[in-house]
Design a protein around this ligand. Structure first.
Ligand SMILES: Cc1cc2nc3c(=O)[nH]c(=O)nc-3n(C[C@H](O)[C@H](O)[C@H](O)COP(=O)(O)OP(=O)(O)OC[C@H]3O[C@@H](n4cnc5c(N)ncnc54)[C@H](O)[C@@H]3O)c2cc1C
Length: 194
């Protein structure tokens, strides 16, 4: 319904599923597209889609993988995990996910189901602003602080990052500080539409 502007979303399903595009869309207060989806869209409506664009895809190597996501940045990470499962990958994978409170965590069952099919997978959620009622025994603080704490040398490893620009910038700094090569860091940065 908004012919003059486009919105960017990262695909959450694997590339081999033709004819279907899965998205994880955050409801933005006052957001034109996300509120259209919630309030107006109906099954059977036509939506114009273009893409895919970008280079945010898994490299065909056996290098260790560090994934970092925040908010709806979970979307392409789920696609990558599904792909790694489909490939029966034996790569070492760590997935750091940043959110504010317990209510902001989602896809936990899906992540566990994918992780259980992988040879070496660790999911490390980090919460930065717990609610009073949260009964949380996991990591606290910004996901980038938790990343810093958990990782030793990342020389030779690959980084896949998705989420808001400040998180990506901070995470890239941490990964490089641990020895990860710039060329091995890929990200989908959720810059806002102007
Ligand atoms: C490469 C790329 C991939 C992306 N992938 C995803 C994805 O998978 N899922 C997803 O939910 N989003 C994703 N985004 C972000 C998404 O494109 C924007 O949030 C988009 O503006 C939402 O559209 P909207 O019409 O609902 O809100 P808009 O009408 O565009 O925005 C309304 C108001 O909210 C502000 N705003 C927009 N986005 C945010 C935000 N994230 N947080 C706080 N304020 C905001 C705007 O500046 C504006 O003032 C991606 C962005 C990029 C560039």
């Amino acid at each position: 319904g908004s012919a003059e502007s486009w919105r960017s979303f990262s695909m959450a399903n694997t590339p081999n599923e033709s004819g279907r595009v899965e998205l994880v869309v955050k409801l933005i207060p006052g957001g034109a597209f996300s509120n259209y989806l919630k309030n107006t869209a109906e099954v059977g409506d036509d939506i114009e889609v273009r893409g895919p664009y970008g280079q945010f895809q898994l490299s065909e190597t056996s290098a260790d993988i560090v994934m970092v996501a925040g908010g709806s940045g979970m979307a392409p990470i789920m696609a990558m995990l599904s792909q790694l499962v489909a490939e029966k990958s034996s790569r070492n994978i760590r997935f750091f996910y940043g959110a504010r409170a317990c209510k902001d965590l989602y896809f936990l069952d899906e992540i566990q189901a994918l992780g259980s099919q992988l040879n070496s997978f660790e999911f490390i959620p980090a919460l930065s602003a717990l609610d009073d009622e949260d009964d949380w025994h996991g990591e606290t603080g910004f996901v980038t602080e938790v990343l810093e704490k958990h990782c030793t040398s990342l020389r030779g490893a690959e980084g896949y990052l998705c989420g808001p620009p400040p998180m990506i910038d901070a995470a890239v700094g941490v990964l490089k500080g641990k020895g990860m090569f710039n060329a091995r860091i890929k990200f989908d940065k959720f810059i806002q539409n102007t």
